[in-house]
Design a protein around this ligand. Structure first.
Ligand SMILES: [Zn+2]
Length: 150
């Protein structure tokens, strides 16, 4: 009797791969169509929409004074690109309660803080960045952005 050999995968003596009489070899590539479902791309709300929702929650939870939320929303509508918040007085009283507006454009960055909307509004006009060869005058004046604290 010959010693039994250990048969490797695919060796003719292995049961699963041994061709059986009358059974055609199974061709895995034939007749099988796999259709992967393509999930629809998720539709996230835009950053602007999320910020607007967040602002409503903040106004409610931090108890903004009456009309502050509406004033912020109006300013954002009139000055696109600006993010306007109401901030209460700081704990040690270094900052009065008021409106904080920030503009984070492709080049121009501005932060304005003013106690009232009327004082804030004149500072919300930011010129377009000048891509001309002479450079942007606004950027020369405000190389690190502009801060207006009233
Ligand atoms: Zn500029």
């Amino acid at each position: 009797m010959t010693p039994r050999k250990v048969l490797g995968l695919g060796a003719p003596g292995r049961l699963a791969l041994r061709p059986r009489p009358g059974v055609p070899p199974f061709d895995r590539s034939e007749g099988v169509t796999v259709v992967m479902p393509t999930p629809p791309a998720p539709k996230w709300p835009s950053d602007r929409a999320l910020r607007a929702q967040n602002k409503v929650l903040l106004a409610e939870r931090l108890r903004w004074p009456d009309g502050a939320l509406q004033a912020c929303q109006d300013l954002e509508k009139r000055y696109p690109g600006w993010n306007v918040h109401w901030l209460g007085e700081s704990i040690r009283g270094r900052r009065r309660a008021g409106f904080h507006a920030s503009f984070d454009g492709p080049f121009h960055k501005v932060d304005v803080y003013a106690p009232t909307v009327a004082e804030l509004e004149p500072h919300l006009d930011v010129p377009e960045h000048d891509f001309g060869l002479r450079g942007c005058a606004w950027c020369w004046e405000n190389p690190y952005g502009k801060k207006v604290l009233l």
